[in-house]
Write a protein that binds this ligand. Sequence first.
Ligand code: HAM
Length: 447
Amino acid sequence: MSTPNNVARLPGFRDFVPEDLALRDRLFDAWRRISRRYGFLEYDGPPLEPLDLYTRKSGEEIVGQLYSFTDKGDREVALRPEMTPSLARILGERSRSMPKPIRWFSVPQLFRYERQQRGRLREHFQWNVDLLGEAGVAADAEVLAVALDGLREVGLRSEDVRARVSDRRLLAALLRSLGVPEERLEAAYGVVDKMEREPADRILESLTDPEGVGLDRGAARRVVELFEVPTLDGIEASFGEREEVARSLEEIRTFMSILAELGFGDFVEFDLTIVRGLAYYTGIVFEVFDRRGEFRAICGGGRYDDLLERVGGEPLSAVGFGMGDVVLGELLKERELTPEYRREVDFFIVSIGEQQLPLARRIARVQRENGRSVVYPLRKQSVRKQFSAAAAEGAREVLVLGPEEVGEGIAVLRDMRSGDERKVELEHLLEVPEPEAKDALPERMRS
Ligand code: HAM
């Protein structure tokens, strides 16, 4: 809430207090772990890009949602609403010299000026996984396997989520065979995308609208009927003699069987209504949803073989997906799969008197160098207050420095869970780490 002295957060943006960050960290950790398990390398790009990058490539829907402005140098710029155009730009400059296939992933924060609603905010984090330089359907299957493994890693099973898969080439071939002219295909995709949400008469209206798809009523009815039996076998029986349909069907079947070999057969279903809102997809497309249909898409992706060439790079086939943290977070909360937030430090050092504070700081310094987390009071406090501070910090152990014990060269260590106490030698607590321990540091931090 905004008061005269209090500037409110912008709508559609989130604060991440430590409790909320625990869930975000859990997702990011799982996403990074799974990406690496499939041999993907992490990259990033700038959050601000030239406006042109999106107006030319992403399609109208996303362009209408851009956070764009003119910067102080008179450049037309936009906050990135998705990562794929940046990836195409980055690789367009360097992919020629890179060994293929390229396996890259990223976890960018993205910005879209959308109407705020459940599952849709104006910023979100999105796991992007893309495989480039491999045109075969095994690459499409590998990429979807990464997405599904990412969901499994945070506790979701095939009973919870399903990937709905289609192929834009198949859809195009079917629509063409039903009389949709080439230049009206985009408009027809838009209608197919709404089939699930809109009543049949509205769909018929859009299909016959001369400004839209412009079909006659008979052709429009046949398009609607196509979606009444949208199984692979059904399509094969009616349209299988058309070569492009037969080729697409075979590819989808191979795709499904590879996913079954990879252990994800139960997650995947063919669904001809999946077209994807973005303009650049050219082949297999997919979206992942919760099985109960309560939430919006958790993840979407597919093949986009022309995009790199269109941003000035080499012709490079590509397939990938984006998975957002918002819908996934909501689903995990609903299924009670979110991590329990716990505040934790290894030690809290209680000083009985002020005189022990310098020693407390020396012990803290050495123990921190040893990799432990240590907190001590920053000012004089009663022992009772120090113990309640230790509990509030989630200290596993409390080290008590009393004048008598310190005089004898010892301190008392209390396990906060069991209440057990034992004596430890100060000399031991002040032992500096062995030089070999440096090997554990990343190279750039070693002196
Ligand atoms: P997208 O379908 O626009 O695809 O977004 C992918 C996922 O990001 C969605 O399924 C959803 O979970 C999440 N998402 C999108 N917009 C929002 C929003 N406003 N608030 C919360 N979550 C959102 C792409 O962005 C493609 N570039 C993905 C891709 C990568 N295709 C190939 N490689």
